[in-house]
Design a binder for this molecule. Structure first.
Ligand code: PMP
Length: 408
C-alpha cells in the first residue's frame, strides 16, 4: 500500500490554512479532538440544507430521507469496526455516554455486592468514574491493573488480579495520556477464562488502529465521532447482541418504546431500545461520512504515518532538549507525546507556544491517576493525526526551545 500523501490530504482540511497569532496553525492537540475534512463538513451541511427532519417517526419524504441517512451512518460505523450486525451499533453522545450506558444498564442489573471490576491505571476518567459511582451504589470492588515505568500494562499483575469474582474488565485500547496501545485481544482472551465481560474504551483506538471487534472478542467497544475526524456530540457503543438484548433500557422516552400505556410500556428492539429522544441527527450523518473517510484513507496508513512522526518527534525532542522527560515510552505507542521540562510549568509552555501558533494540550488529560503514578500533576502533550508533517514537528521543537528560553 502506498504511504499517505500528506500534502494532498492537508488540502482536505480547511482549518489547516488558518493563522494563529499571525503564524500558520500547527495543530497538535488531536487526542483531544481532531479536525474535520471537507467531505465531513459537507455531509453535515448538505443534510441540514437538504434533508433535515426528525427521524424514524415521520412518513413524509424528508423524514424518510433523514432516517435513511442516519441509518446509513449506522452501517458505516458497523463497517468501520466490523461489527456483525447494525443492531449492535448504539448511537450515543460519545465514549463517555457509551461507558455510562454500560455501567447503568448492564452494571446495575447484573452486578452485586462483592463483585469485582478491573480497570487499568492508565484509564481516562470516563472509564473510571462511572465504575466508581456504580461500585459505591452496589458495594462492588474496583481493582487497578498497574503499569510499568514505560507505561506498559503489567500483564502478569493483570492475570493475578483475575478471579471468579471478576465480572468486568474495562480497559482503554489506546491511552490518551501515554499513547500506549494495549493488547486488547489478549486482555479479552484472559478475561474470558474467568467469564468476565470486557469493555474496551476505543476513543483513541479507532483513529489509529484498524479495529475489528470480532477479532478483539470484547463484549463492548466505545468510541467518539470527534476523534475520528467527525463532529462532536456523537459516538458509538458497540455491544454483543445477546448482551444488549438482555440489558434493560437506560434512558426512557420517545424512540425507545414499542407500546406505551399507563399500565405497561414495552420497549423497542435493538438498537433503538437504547436511543431515547431525538439524537444529533446531522452529526450522526457526518460521523458516518467520517468513518467512510477513515476507511478510504486507510487507518493502517494513518497509523503508520503517526508512528513515523512520533519516533521522529521523540528523537528530535530528546536531542534538542536533553533534560526533557517523556512520560510513557511503550514500544509501538500511538501518536502521543506527553512530556515535562524541568523548571517549566506545563501551563506556561502551552500558553507561550500558542503565541507561536502551536496548539498542544497541557494538564492532567483526564487521567489523573496515571500522571500521579509517574509523580507529576500535569504534562504538556503533543498528539498527531493523519495531516501532521515533519515540518510541523520541526517547528514545534524549535518553538519549544524558544519557550524554554523565555521561561529560563
Ligand atoms: N477515553 C479516552 C481514552 C479518551 O481519550 C477520551 C477523550 N479524551 C474519552 C474516553 C472521552 O471521550 P468523550 O469526551 O468524547 O466522551
Amino acid at each position: 500500500e502506498a504511504p499517505l500523501n500528506v500534502a494532498q490530504l492537508r488540502q482536505e482540511f480547511p482549518i489547516l490554512s488558518r493563522e494563529i497569532n499571525g503564524r500558520p496553525l500547527v495543530y497538535l492537540d488531536n487526542a483531544a479532538t481532531c479536525q474535520k475534512p471537507e467531505v465531513v463538513l459537507r455531509a453535515q451541511d448538505h443534510f441540514l440544507r437538504h434533508s433535515n427532519a426528525n427521524i424514524h417517526r415521520g412518513l413524509h419524504t424528508l423524514s424518510q430521507e433523514a432516517t435513511d441517512a442516519f441509518e446509513h451512518a449506522r452501517r458505516q460505523l458497523q463497517q468501520l469496526i466490523n461489527a456483525p450486525s447494525e443492531r449492535e451499533i448504539i448511537f450515543t453522545r460519545g465514549t463517555t455516554e457509551a461507558i455510562n450506558l454500560v455501567a447503568q444498564s448492564w452494571g446495575r442489573s447484573q452486578l452485586q455486592a462483592g463483585d469485582e471490576i478491573l480497570v487499568s491505571m492508565m484509564e481516562h476518567h470516563a472509564n473510571i468514574v462511572p465504575w466508581q459511582m456504580l461500585a459505591e451504589e452496589k458495594g462492588l470492588t474496583l481493582k487497578v491493573i498497574p503499569v510499568d515505568e514505560q507505561g506498559v500494562l503489567d500483564m502478569a499483575a493483570y492475570q493475578a488480579l483475575l478471579s471468579d469474582r471478576t465480572r468486568l474488565v474495562a480497559v482503554a485500547h489506546v491511552s490518551n495520556a501515554l499513547g500506549t496501545v494495549n493488547p486488547v485481544h489478549e486482555i479479552t482472551r484472559l478475561a474470558k477464562t474467568v467469564d468476565a465481560v470486557v469493555l474496551i474504551d476505543g476513543a483513541q483506538g479507532v483513529p489509529h488502529v484498524a479495529v475489528d471487534v470480532q477479532q478483539i472478542g470484547a463484549d463492548f467497544y466505545a468510541l467518539s465521532g470527534h476523534k475520528i475526524y467527525g463532529p462532536t456530540g456523537m459516538g458509538v457503543l458497540y455491544g454483543r447482541e445477546a448482551l444488549l438484548e438482555a440489558m434493560p433500557p437506560w434512558q426512557g422516552g420517545g424512540e425507545m418504546i414499542d407500546q406505551v400505556s399507563f399500565e405497561k410500556t414495552t420497549y423497542a428492539g435493538l438498537p433503538h431500545k437504547f436511543e431515547a429522544g431525538t439524537p444529533a441527527i446531522a452529526e450522526g450523518v457526518a460521523m458516518g461520512r467520517a468513518a467512510q473517510w477513515l476507511m478510504e484513507t486507510g487507518v493502517e496508513r494513518i497509523g503508520a504515518w503517526e508512528h513515523q512522526l512520533t519516533r521522529y518527534a521523540t528523537d528530535q525532542l530528546k536531542s534538542t532538549l536533553p533534560d526533557i522527560r517523556i512520560i510513557g515510552e511503550a514500544p509501538g505507542k500511538a501518536g502521543v507525546i506527553s512530556f515535562v521540562l524541568p523548571h517549566a510549568h506545563a501551563q506556561d509552555i502551552g500558553l507561550l507556544i500558542d503565541q507561536l501558533g502551536v496548539a498542544i494540550r497541557t494538564g492532567h488529560h483526564c487521567a489523573m491517576p496515571v500522571l500521579h503514578h509517574f509523580g507529576v500533576n500535569a504534562t504538556a502533550r503533543a498528539s498527531f493525526a493523519a495531516y501532521n508533517t515533519k515540518e510541523e514537528v520541526d517547528f514545534f521543537v524549535e518553538s519549544l526551545v524558544k519557550v524554554r528560553e523565555m521561561l529560563a
